[in-house]
Design a protein around this ligand. Sequence first.
Ligand code: MN
Length: 493
Amino acid sequence: MILDQKIIDRYDLDVGLEVHVQLKTKSKIFSSDVAIYGDDPNQNIGFVTLAHPGALPKLNKEVIGYAIKMGFACHCEISTDFIFDRKNYFYPDLPKGYQLTQDRTPICVHGYVPVKTLSGGERDIHLFKIHLEEDAGKSIHVPGSDRTQVDYNRAGTPLIEIVTQPDIHHAEEASAVLTAIRRLVRYLGISDGNMEEGSMRCDANISVRKKGSSELGKKVEIKNMNSMRNVARAIEHERKRQIAILEDGEEVISETRTFIADRGITRGMRTKEELNDYRYFPEPDLSAVHVSDQWMKQLKDEMPPLPEELFRLFTESYKLPEYNAAVLIDDPGMAIYAKAVFEQTKNHKSASNWLMGPVKSYLNDRSMQIADFPLRPDALVALVDLVETKVISHTAASQQVFPELLKQPEAHPKEVAEALGVLTEDGDEESLGPIIASVINEWPDKVKAYQKGKKGLIGFFMGEMMKKTQGKIDPKSANAILREALDTVEVGK
Ligand code: MN
């Protein structure tokens, strides 16, 4: 069935996400085995990981702190007392035959993640909960063979699972939630949040309902989406598939489906009726956890500034355009650096353009992080301010002073500009007059053409002036004086 947009528009989409984030701790959640990505298979597999009889789990305190910080960042209510539960099922990558997770006492409940909407506004995506659990091992299907190998390194590495309410109504909004979550875990330093490497994974519960109906439709769970783009693609495909079923007068079956990325479709894996009963029950080998007031306070004190706070600071106090603020807060290192820059200058907008332009391209060209950027914020501020006070032209600053400064980051930008001989000559009529006159004398035909309406020639004249002065003039004031001269001069007499 081919759906036209009119039919699609008769339905609303409801999506809830379950996002698993691997926590970057040194050891696993219930054992001292190292939790490292990319080791040779089956290196980090002690008695607890392999579920030897009698091996006892011991809780890694660090994961509690990480999860609570994520709870603070998502405006959750934090539980001070909780336990772990066994979720029983059989799968070869699960040596114990159960996963330790949190069923009835998740560490964080409620809360929300603010995201930018398509129309440019902001909306809070509400959460059900964030809980802690352990990861399973990894099944590796050997290509060209009917065998599957199992790597238990990942078994027992710590995860938080963030469960949103069915509060997402566009495929792009789902990507926005994932972007926001990834940004938060990176700001907190608790995970790499890298979907391609599997340190962040996402399942989506998707349903559609006739516009105006308040009852949610039958939901389908989609697994196996390993990039933000694929999450959006899978949701978009699934939405249309479900609408087509309903338009045919049939019912959507509640089931788990897998996304097949190269074909852009979803395929059924199992229906909910066939699902396991997990027989959750409290883990008897771990005692209940209590988080003291003192511990909670310490975690609160350790919270870094969050992206939404910095966004507000950049747009409200520093009056940056939202776009600039959004770009700068995307990476926590860049956001902190930018904050330090803005604190030291009044030229916030142009400083932000320097960060997004020359600084970012320098970093990108070298696949470098801002932490390794040679210039301190105050040196960049000095350069920006020299341009804004017209001591150096923007062209000379970006093409000559900035590259040279990066080679000698301890030097003052003004000294570097002086050594390069690019300090601006006065931008007044007196000093520019003779230069403008000589350009006009050299190109009388072009001046006539300009006066007859070919105003684009202004660029040509500016270029000539730049050549004559080796770029040492301030383009803005030169431009104004040049236009005035071109409009009033009489040539060809
Ligand atoms: Mn889970």
